[in-house]
Design a protein around this ligand. Structure first.
Ligand SMILES: Nc1ncnc2c1ncn2[C@@H]1O[C@H](COP(=O)(O)OP(=O)(O)OP(=O)(O)O)[C@@H](O)[C@H]1O
Ligand SMILES: O=P(O)(O)OC[C@H]1O[C@H](OP(=O)(O)OP(=O)(O)O)[C@H](O)[C@@H]1O
Ligand SMILES: [Mg+2]
Length: 281
């Protein structure tokens, strides 16, 4: 049985459960359930604190899990990143009161409050900056107001929390994070992890792409296929009217309308877009 760690709370919890459901796994019905056995799919889901997941996976207690890249790196765990999952995106950044600091060097000799002390200590050491790291559990933005720190290093998603505290980011982002699948390299279940990876990739791809169908004058098909190259190669089928062909290709969701405009200009007609429910690449 493949043992998968899943976030039980926080920003990653709902989207992780939704992704596993879409990938065909049975997820918990009640937030008090901590373990779910899905016999049909040969997996056992363990609902754990997101911060602990990399630790469990790195020690081999579970085979794999869903966590944030920032939490993985902060933990110092031996777990390895298998794939990005396309949700829970954030940056990890230094911030301070305007005018206090503008580069990483300005952090030297100051107190830095963070919930990610492993990540921050490593970042400072890698850049030869000596500063005192103050480890807090959360609400680190308030640490400056309360006089516990001069600088903070924290997750920034929209930036609203920082703005609310009158703080500004400075320096380059320490990290760009998102939810990732992590695994224990020494697991005896690596083949089963690979099945999970393919299923999750199917969900990520189905979300990122749409299916585009259109009719195209036969003499323009090469130019049209250059606009919609698909993943491997577009499907081109004959139509009853031999002067036309039907083309079918996957297109990134974000450019759908621009691609439809371009195809129309070229002479394609009856351009249809459909959602992809699931796929296996
Ligand atoms: N707005 C956000 N706030 C916090 N974490 C976020 C946000 N957006 C994405 N994330 C990611 O979620 C993970 C942190 O989740 P975690 O559950 O530990 O904290 P949380 O969502 O702040 O929950 P809580 O603080 O309520 O326990 C990290 O990988 C982080 O990058
Ligand atoms: O850039 P934003 O969209 O404002 O989001 C980022 C903020 O959200 C999280 O805090 P959370 O509400 O989870 O509180 P916490 O600090 O106690 O974890 C995170 O720690 C930041 O403070
Ligand atoms: Mg939080």
């Amino acid at each position: 049985m493949l043992r998968i760690a899943v976030p039980n709370k926080g920003s990653l919890s709902e989207p992780a459960a939704a992704m596993l459901r879409e990938a065909g796994y049975r997820t918990r019905r009640d937030s008090k359930e901590l373990v779910v056995r899905d016999e049909a799919n040969g997996v056992e889901l363990f609902y754990l604190r997101p911060r602990d997941i990399a630790v469990y996976v790195g020690s081999g207690t579970v085979d794999c899990g869903v966590t944030g890249r920032d939490l993985l790196l902060d933990s110092g765990s031996a777990a390895t990143e298998v794939m990005e999952l396309g949700f829970g995106a954030s940056t990890f950044r230094y911030a301070a009161r305007p005018g206090t600091a503008s580069t990483l060097e300005d952090v030297a000799g100051h107190r830095v409050a963070t919930s990610y002390s492993g990540l921050v200590e490593k970042h400072l050491a890698d850049h030869g900056v000596s500063a005192q790291v103050v480890r807090l559990d959360g609400a680190v933005e308030t640490a400056i107001t309360l006089g516990v720190a001069d600088v903070i290093a924290d997750v920034v998603e929209t930036g609203a929390t920082l703005r609310g505290q009158g703080l500004e980011v400075f320096g380059d982002p320490i990290l760009r994070s998102q939810a990732v699948l992590v695994r224990d390299e020494t697991s005896t279940e690596l083949a089963a992890v690979e099945v999970l990876r393919r299923r999750l990739l199917g969900v990520v791809t189905a979300r990122e792409y749409v299916m585009l169908d259109y009719d195209c004058p036969a003499d323009l098909v090469d130019r049209a296929c250059a606009v919609t190259p698909g993943l491997e190669s577009p499907t081109v089928s004959p139509l009853q009217n031999r002067e036309w062909v039907a083309v079918r290709a996957m297109v990134p969701r974000g450019v759908t309308n621009a691609v439809m405009d371009e195809l129309y200009e070229l002479g394609a007609r009856a351009i249809l877009v459909t959602d992809i429910t699931a796929c296996r690449l």
